[in-house]
Write a new protein. Sequence first.
Length: 302
Amino acid sequence: MTYRINLWAYIFLFSLLTVQAFVLFWATMMIARRAVNPRRLLLGSVVMAAYDILVDLARVGLLSALAILDNPAIVLGVSLVLIVLVYQPPTLRGGIKIAGYFYALAFFSAGAGMAAQSLSGMAWAGPVVAILTILGVGEVGWGIVQQWLWQKTLLVPLEVVLGAVRVTTTALLDTGNSLRDPLSRDPVVIIEAQLFAEANDEAVRNLVQSACSGDLSQITAMVDAPALATRVRLIPYSSVGTKSGLLLGIRPDSLTVGYGEKKIEVTGAIIGLHGQPLSEDGSYSALIHPELVHEAIRLSED
């Protein structure tokens, strides 16, 4: 029996499948909070789309020798290899979580795509609906889950080490906190300066006193220790009731975020010393930048 192939139709279908695979890899990356090189995302998408096309050609008899590619075990094995190559998980546990997100999105979207293709009778309807489903679940559905989780875990254990001073406190996850150091662009954790008032380091105590009094004019003169001077900066900010102001910032020796039963040390953060209490009931004394919590979660999953 002779089969004919509509080349342009397959080129169009390959393009749609590539986009579908890319969206699937991208959505998994966003949910897993795993930074991935865009080239690896694209390469994995092209390979997955090409694999789907080969399976389809084998099903219609054009490449019957490749019918083995339609074997569920082979499909699973190829997808696992692609997941490893694209995301390069550093640990087995991290890889299992990424694979779980990937397959959940893949099965859910594939079901919607197959239904759309069956009802419409058009081959292109499947990938289009699958793409829309992935975007919907990844952006809307997962966003709702995340919002619920954040509401349940708004208060985050925090430990800051500054010189010989180790402060353990509770931070509020402030989703509206977009404050960054203007020089390094590092996220800023706003913390009550009074927590460091008992520091043995005189230079640190001077910084705390200055932050509490609101007089930042003598900051340069007060920081005599060269090692400390390179870590201090003034951070412009605005808030409700304050059109513009300056916050005294300093890079800590370490900053540890509590996540579940784990304590995760994050890097690239600045603490901004606030002169007044941050909560009326004392339930928290710091406002943590969302990016640092995201980083802590990512590190805990690796």
